[in-house]
Design a protein around this ligand. Structure first.
Ligand code: HEM
Length: 460
């Protein structure tokens, strides 16, 4: 009998253990305890190339990532919707890894479900970062409005927003969203395949809704993409270009707020300007910053999540068929998409400890930064069995796709309605929808804030 390790003509796994060490393993053998698959099954050579690319520091992880020995982060650029296998190790630790990031302070990396939940729910962690050189992956710290505040100001802004964007308002938008989606599909059908579902479906869809919500004329939508790239792109634009775009967006929103002050309408900015409860009146700068985050989140983040969701459906036809056959499954399918899609390229915005806090076995000192990975928490096998599999029938458990704690997504009801409606109409109207190029050739947006497909060529 030949030694299975000597037979390089068969398929192999790349395995990874809790110390971040890698091994090539023949698929014919049982996976040993303590090891997880990180890549494969693939040819021996492809597995070897993968190990050489990913395992650049031979020292065990437990010797690295201490306070005085931070590990450079991100570990590598993101690839499609893949999770970096190193998280599989980190999720098993009861300690956080110390990391150094491209800009600002060193930080602790929270990657297990337990640690991320602890950081997001403990009031001793603050989002008030102005007194620090914020630990971040983008050159310029982003003005995140409500997402950069602590209570009581945070509570006041959330209440103002909740009064302007009520569940009833979202419910009332549903028929309009459905009709608009049908119209977008009518246009696709009239034009005929192939089509780019990012440019011709996901972005027009979230663009229409953002314009409707904020009372922006539809003809202004083409400018959104350039502005949003200024916030989310870290590699394709120079710092000056980013600043020019951010300033253009602030100028536009300032002007829009001025217009709504003069002639109020039924949109969210007009409602924020004239709250029924006078306690919830916002300052000019609070209003402009809030409107900016609403435009970014409502148009760009939601458009990216929708494009990624369509990519997942097109690459998992058996799950999509199940959704088509049983439309009632759509709400749980959307929850699974929010869990499965790592919308953050790596981590979310930094939190700072206001006093000494223990997170697992890590002692976090006052003033230490934490960067939490929602994607890693959503792929933690301690909570989600077989976490890297997209399975709309998995038992329902709360995931962090829309965040958690006081800063959890303020537009979550609208976001969920948008995904449910867009995906339901798309798969019903175009039952033979498929990618027009191999999945590996789908291009991904460069940058380290959010991840998304750049183009989604499809046919039907
Ligand atoms: C599917 C699309 C969306 C996803 C995946 C998403 C995801 C998230 C996540 C993960 C957070 C928490 C960030 C953190 O704690 O660091 C967040 C916060 C936020 N989101 Fe969303 N979001 C989406 C759509 C929207 C929409 C449509 C709106 C509004 C129209 C919105 C408005 C906000 C705001 C204002 C915050 C900050 C909340 C706070 O700090 O209290 N989002 N979102």
């Amino acid at each position: 009998m030949t030694n299975p390790f000597a037979d390089h003509s068969r398929d192999y796994w790349v395995l990874c253990n809790a110390e971040g060490q890698y091994s090539l393993w023949p698929t014919s053998l049982e996976i040993p305890k303590g090891w997880q698959t990180a890549f494969g099954p693939e040819s021996w050579q492809n597995c070897l190339d993968n190990v050489e690319k990913n395992w650049t520091d031979m020292r065990p992880l437990s010797l690295l990532g201490q306070r005085d020995c931070p590990v450079p982060y991100p570990f590598r650029e993101y690839f499609a919707l893949d999770m970096d296998p190193i998280y599989t190790s980190l999720q098993q630790w009861d300690e956080m890894l110390r990391i150094s990031v491209p800009y600002g302070d060193d930080a602790w990396l929270a990657s297990s479900y337990k640690h991320v939940k602890c950081v997001m729910h403990d009031t001793r962690f603050s989002r008030e970062t102005t007194k620090y050189d914020e630990a971040r992956l983008t050159p310029i710290p982003i003005r995140t409005s409500v997402l950069g505040m602590d209570p009581p100001d945070h509570k006041r802004l959330r209440e103002a927003l909740a009064a302007a964007l009520t569940p009833r308002h979202v419910e009332q938008m549903k028929p309009w969203i459905s009709n608009m989606t049908e119209q977008l599909i009518d246009d696709l059908v009239a034009q005929g395949p192939p089509a780019d579902l990012v440019e011709q479906f996901a972005l027009p869809f979230t663009g229409h809704i953002t314009c409707e919500l904020m009372g922006i004329p539809l003809e202004d939508r083409p400018q959104f993409k350039a502005w949003c790239d200024g916030f989310s792109s870290t590699s394709s634009l120079t710092q000056e270009e980013v600043e020019v775009r951010m300033q253009a967006m602030y100028a536009y929103i300032t002007e829009l707020v001025g217009r709504r002050r003069e002639s109020p309408s039924d949109d969210i900015i007009s409602k924020l300007l004239r709250p029924e409860d006078k306690r919830l009146e916002l300052s000019e700068i609070e209003l402009i910053d809030l409107a900016t985050i609403l435009l970014l989140a409502g148009y760009d983040s939601t458009g990216m999540e929708l494009a990624n969701a369509i990519f997942v459906l097109l690459t998992h036809p058996e799950q999509t068929q199940l959704m088509r056959e049983q439309p009632k499954l759509m709400p749980q399918a959307v929850q699974e998409l929010l869990r499965y899609i790592p919308i953050d390229a790596h981590v979310t915005f930094a939190r700072y400890a206001t006093e000494e806090v223990e997170v697992g076995n890590t002692l976090v000192r006052a003033g230490d930064a934490i960067l939490a990975s929602f994607p890693s928490a959503n792929h933690d096998p301690a909570l989600f069995e077989d976490p890297h599999t997209f399975n709309i029938m998995r038992p329902r458990k709360p995931n962090f796709g829309l965040g958690t704690g006081i800063h959890s997504c303020a537009g979550k009801l609208l976001a969920i309605v948008e995904l449910e409606v867009a995906l339901s109409v798309l798969i019903r109207r175009l039952p033979t929808l498929r990618l027009a190029i191999p999945a590996e050739e789908v291009p991904w947006q460069p940058g380290s804030l959010l991840r998304s497909t750049l183009k989604l060529p499809a046919e039907w």
